[in-house]
Write a protein that binds this ligand. Sequence first.
Ligand code: SF4
Length: 495
Amino acid sequence: MELNIFNTGTKFTEAKELVKEVYLMDERPWVVGFSGGKDSTAVVQLVFQALQELEASQLHKKVYVISSDTQVETPLIIDKITRTLGRIQKKALELGLPFETQKVRPKVDQTFWSSIIGKGYPTPRQKFRWCTDRLKIEPANRFILDKVDQFGEVIMLLGVRDSESATRAAVMQSHTIEGKKLMRHSTLRNAFVFAPIRVFDVDDVWEFLLQYDSPWGDDNNELLELYQSSNSECPLIVDKEVKESAGSCGNSRFGCWTCTVVSEDKALSGFINNGIDWLRPLYDFRSFLVQIREDHSKRQKQRMNGEVYLLPYNDEPEEGQVIITKAEIKQYLDSNNINLATVEDLNILVEEEDGSLKRFGVGPFTLKAREEILRQLLRTQKQVRELYDPNVELITVEELKAIRKYWHDDLQWEDRLPLIVEEETGETYDWNHNDRPVFKEDQLTDLETLCQEEGVNLSVLKQLISVEKDYSGVKVRRGLFQAFDKTLKQDFLHL
Ligand code: SF4
């Protein structure tokens, strides 16, 4: 029997009443960050239930539910999120609730692969965690700023809770506007934060999710199962300071499958232990990403901005290592024709005036290492396609194009990327075509949901649209139908 939480005077009742009160307070639209984890599910469910109790005339403003698709999400989790967003949207339409769901993605030149394989960023670690900003915060902020442009101000709803950590509670307290239910956003002007489950502890969240049915028909017990081996999640954190207090977000099944911030993978190993074997190539590839970062021969001996830096060297010099002074560095490099962006083994130590030794610090991956990572990724994709689904796309054509441009900018004029892709996949693309995006992000989310509902292959559909785009504006479109034909005759469609 379903309990009526709303008459019980519990924390849940108060939270729901608060949601209604804040919703009715003004005209500012809401943006809810939904990661698929327990806290954000609880927030969306709470808001959904609260709005169901309002009169139609009171539903005066939009509630955007946004999810981050970093494009390196664990495949099973992102499928679940896509399904849930579709269900929320459908149920809301049925009930006349003003919800609008959307996935937000990093710009193509900012994705995980464009950053690592294109620009050579070292795979993220706790001390250099560039990924959360690029993959999650910036795409969400872009969405929010777009709404700020449209509506003047917005309110963001986060599933953060005081009991998560003392630091986080302190950060939230410092942002709270006195006497108000809202907090100021730490970086975005005209954006405010509302944390409706702020006072919940972890047991409250589970109690709420397990005792009361999901309004859009999900099974929250499944969610609990996902937490079997870990209790953390990678929330769609849209506040930088809250992010800093959150620590790593990769230590869970909700992080990126590529996460190298955590020492032990949780995103994939749990699924593999449960018998989902096709994820194993991804697991191995992640280990490769951790290991290649530590191999100094794969890294440039200068920073991205060209800066060279030295680090203390505390071992005994090895045989063959040359010891020079700082003043001799340039001359040595020039006379030996050494390019710090490409050299692998730099057997030089630098002696300081006090006699101490230094070695060269490392920067981004060399172009050769980036090629190696790309090849390895394409091989992994091939394995997963063979083991599981011929449509799996670990890296998109758009990303390959962005990477090609980065390589070109990094003076790789041999244009090796098309060749590597062809060698590893047997596929060729029209590399020269105009790369402007065809769809806006919200249109893409709709298209994805539609394809999932109708059982249409999204990747083929995207290829067809891209063919059409290639021919748009061209007067003689003779080749168009041949190109369509070729796309539709791809082997995997007919296996
Ligand atoms: S899950 Fe890991 S790789 Fe992904 S954004 Fe979080 S810290 Fe970065």
